[in-house]
Design a protein around this ligand. Structure first.
Ligand SMILES: Cc1cc2nc3c(=O)[nH]c(=O)nc-3n(C[C@H](O)[C@H](O)[C@H](O)COP(=O)(O)O)c2cc1C
Length: 186
């Protein structure tokens, strides 16, 4: 029997080097739902959806564009809201809690997921390279940071390539669970 999702889902994403975009598009393909870059999103679209997923990249523990997204929270609070953050950090209980606290997510009724993404220094824009180079310089001045220095320098030379399939599957399965699944044709 063929089942279809009865609720309308929209995925919004903010991505610079493509990781978050790929996750957003893959989740949208699996859920057969709409997907849009955040900059194309208009408030008037909110009424068209029951579930809104917002995915964005992490920079310095901040989830980019989260503030303008959550500025519309009052208009969305009757909806299912899912947020996913994409960063190069390994996903652990601590990194997840740091993202929740650092982005004040515990003040909102949202589901939150952290996906590990790739990092490629050669793909960074001018400003981001400066930010990364500043981190390299600061850490090199700290004599206690030898392991961190090595890790950061390795990062500059060797890209991290990660695709978090388990994280993607988890988000897809959660959306399917919160949705009311009805047999097609009823
Ligand atoms: C300046 C800078 C700071 C970053 N800070 C973090 C961070 O604090 N935590 C993290 O997990 N990833 C961090 N990253 C890694 C990116 O978020 C990661 O590469 C992500 O996959 C990029 O997403 P995108 O490809 O969708 O743009 C940082 C990247 C840059 C350039």
């Amino acid at each position: 029997m063929c089942y279809c999702l009865s609720m309308r889902t929209l995925i919004l994403y903010y991505s610079k080097t493509g990781n978050t975009q790929k996750y957003a598009e893959d989740i949208a393909e699996a859920l057969k739902c709409d997907v849009l870059p955040f900059k194309k999103f208009k408030k008037k679209m909110i009424d068209d959806y029951d579930t809104i997923i917002f995915g964005s990249r992490v920079m310095g523990t901040r989830i980019q564009k989260l503030d303008p997204f959550l500025a519309m929270y009052d208009l969305m609070k009757e909806k299912n809201i899912i947020i996913f953050a994409v960063g190069m950090s390994v996903v652990t209980k601590t990194t997840r809690e740091d993202l929740i606290k650092g982005n004040l997510l515990d003040m909102y009724h949202v589901r939150f997921y952290q996906l590990r993404g790739s990092f490629d220094y050669s793909k960074l824009g001018f400003v981001e390279r400066i930010l990364m180079d500043n981190s390299f310089r600061l850490i090199q001045k700290d004599p206690d940071s030898k392991p961190d220095q090595e890790a950061l320098l390795a990062l500059k030379e060797n890209p991290i390539v990660v695709y978090d399939q388990a994280g993607v599957d988890r988000i897809i399965s959660v959306v399917r669970k919160i949705d009311t699944v009805v047999p097609e044709g009823l």
